[in-house]
Ligand binder design. Structure first.
Ligand code: DQA
Length: 148
């Protein structure tokens, strides 16, 4: 079973991008840890980053045939993208929205998400651990669908 992990714009700059907000790990550090957690549990992982909205929409559309769960950090598209929301609603693959920072503790424009109300859950504010907590939630959900 495959888990798709989608990363939105500017997350390719993790490590050097505003480390006081986003931490000092790179996206490739996070990718290695995510792949490790998922593979230990017997799941394969497709870890994807794009700065382009249409590429993220296309990735979500392609997930309809082969993906059990999506973990998505939509980055700035969280607050702007009806297109990403519509793609997630169209494929109906369950997803968790994640953020490194806590958008509710930042500028007011970050408080609205186009995705949260159709997500299975939202994990935010734990730095890179938001990714690992999401992996844990996905693994539990896929292994014991009725219990959690
Ligand atoms: C982010 C929060 C967003 O508001 C911001 O635009 C990002 C990163 C986070 O992971 O904390 O690019 O999604």
């Amino acid at each position: 079973m495959k888990v798709l992990v989608i990363n939105g714009p500017n997350l390719n700059l993790l490590g050097t991008r505003e480390p006081e907000i986003y931490g000092s790990s790179t996206l490739s550090d996070i990718q290695q840890n995510v792949e490790g957690l998922l593979s230990q549990a017997g799941f394969s992982c497709d870890f994807f980053q794009s700065n382009a909205e249409h590429e993220i929409v296309e990735k979500i559309q392609a997930a309809i045939s082969n993906t059990a769960f999506i973990i998505i950090n939509p980055a700035a598209f969280t607050h702007t993208s009806v297109a990403i929301r519509d793609a997630l609603a169209a494929v109906a693959v369950p997803f968790i929205e994640i953020h490194l920072s806590n958008p509710h503790a930042r500028e007011s424009f970050r408080r609205h998400s186009y995705l949260s109300d159709i997500a299975e859950g939202v994990i935010a504010g734990f730095g890179e651990n938001s990714y690992y907590l999401a992996c844990e939630a996905v693994i539990k959900r896929l292994q014991h669908p009725k219990k959690c």
